[in-house]
Write a protein that binds this ligand. Sequence first.
Ligand code: 4NP
Length: 164
Amino acid sequence: MTTTPNTALKRVLFVCLGNICRSPAAEGIMRSIVEEQGNPDEWIIDSAGTGNYHVGDLPDHRMRIHARRRGLDLTHRCRQVRTEDFDDFDLIIGMDASNIANLRRIAPSPEAEAKIHAMAEYFSPSARYDYVPDPYYEGAEGFELVLDLLQDGCQNLYDQLKQY
Ligand code: 4NP
């Protein structure tokens, strides 16, 4: 059997500050959408943090519990964003304005910088937020809000990208 290059490959990196709450949740949600609705072979999905405080850790236990209730098992191990990510991914999606400012600072070229997007670009028009709020110092409702926003945004992102 010959293998042909997968020209439809879509490579998406989700980025937040700690890589233990929002971006691993986005990664898990996107992966579940692709598994249920598409072809996982056509996607590379990962997440990373601009900070390095939690490198090697599993996602925050509160996010794992709230995700688990929605059928999502979050097993990502925290890592920091690296310059090579701008080569390895087509879309680099920051959760809030601070994440995006940090990503712009480390983008190695204008072409790399053009890969940076805000998660909120993919929210439905009815969304009540224009960023994904950091739930780290919030209660249960903060985690539920993040999961709701990400479910909506990731579905719209998937619908946009699946045609390519
Ligand atoms: P995240 O949340 O950026 O959504 O992973 C945070 C996690 C940890 C910290 C801040 C935000 N922290 O300061 O340790």
